[in-house]
Ligand binder design. Structure first.
Ligand code: BEZ
Length: 161
């Protein structure tokens, strides 16, 4: 079942790239006591994700934070080396935290998995954006594969009022 408004974010282990290499990070630690905008997508370096989705959040990170968001998080079913390289290329810096869901733990536990088997990508994540307050989902939007509309940084900014 897909995660919905009012649900708690599941406790899973993710990874992040640091100067010392990949490090595990608990989802509980990402969301604890914070208002977080988390968006997910089918894959690092894929056309829509690289040209529109992630750059939109990098551009609007300050505006989101002005509206009370403590952290903007990008999650993808890619390994932490890829997520680190993508963050460098897109100059995410401290604006957007790049989180690797390499094992697909988050995508599966939230029901947001997207099966791209046969297209050479395997099991990935749907394109989604959630506003999460202290670990509880306030809103969730999903864009079907190949589309990009409801999950953009602009759409999430509008939701925040
Ligand atoms: C997408 O950005 O929607 C997408 C990327 C790769 C494969 C399928 C869909």
């Amino acid at each position: 079942m897909t995660i919905k408004t009012g649900d708690k974010i599941p406790s899973v282990t993710l990874h992040t790239m640091t100067k010392e290499g990949p490090k595990p990070i608990a989802s509980d630690d990402i969301f604890k006591g914070k208002k977080v905008v988390i968006f997910g997508l089918p894959g690092a370096f894929t056309p829509t994700c690289s040209a529109k989705h992630l750059p939109g959040f990098v551009k609007k990170a300050a505006a989101l934070k002005k509206k009370g968001v403590d952290e903007v998080v990008c999650v993808s079913v890619n390994d932490p080396f890829v997520m680190g390289a993508w963050g460098k290329e897109q100059k995410t810096g401290a604006k957007v935290a790049m989180i690797a869901d390499g094992d697909g733990n988050f995508a599966r536990a939230t029901g947001l998995e997207l099966d791209l088997t046969g297209r050479g990508l395997g099991k990935r994540s749907q394109r989604f954006a959630m506003i999460v307050d202290k670990g509880v989902v306030e809103s969730i939007d999903i864009d079907p594969p190949g589309t990009f509309e409801k999950t953009s940084a602009e759409s999430i900014l509008k939701k925040l009022g």
